[in-house]
Write a protein that binds this ligand. Structure first.
Ligand code: FES
Length: 123
């Protein structure tokens, strides 16, 4: 018999999170010439983020995981990355932006306000 979800569908407060922060980078490439995150060096940003998280000893269970994603449907704000469980969206430009996300948000838990994706930007 399946266990029912709680009414609010949230996990019990005592459930440990496997990752403290889980960041997904859109790496989507469009072949039709339409705007996409891959046109804005998303792969290099992803690689840099992964390397920095590892170098700073932040990678692994209970800490940080950096993952690739397909289109996150916020292309107009691209290149984008999103951090869960907070659901904080970032629009970055260069390696310095990635460094700031790693050090401020992923390491210290402080959102980088200047890099937040404007809330109205979707596809
Ligand atoms: S192509 Fe990156 S969010 Fe759509």
């Amino acid at each position: 018999m399946a266990h029912p979800l709680p009414d609010n569908r949230r996990l019990p407060a005592s459930t440990p999170m496997y990752y403290k922060h889980h960041i997904f980078f859109c790496l989507n490439q469009r072949s039709n010439g339409e705007n996409c995150c891959a046109q804005h060096d998303a792969q290099q940003a992803f690689d840099h983020c992964k390397a920095q998280v590892k170098a700073k000893g932040l990678a692994g269970p209970g800490q940080v995981r950096v993952n690739k994603a397909g289109c996150l449907d916020r292309c107009a704000g691209g290149p984008v990355a999103v951090v869960y469980p907070e659901g904080v969206w970032y629009s970055y430009v260069d390696r310095q932006d990635i460094d700031e996300i790693v050090e401020s948000h992923l390491r210290d838990g402080k959102v980088v306000e200047r890099l937040l994706t404007p809330p109205h930007l979707g596809r």
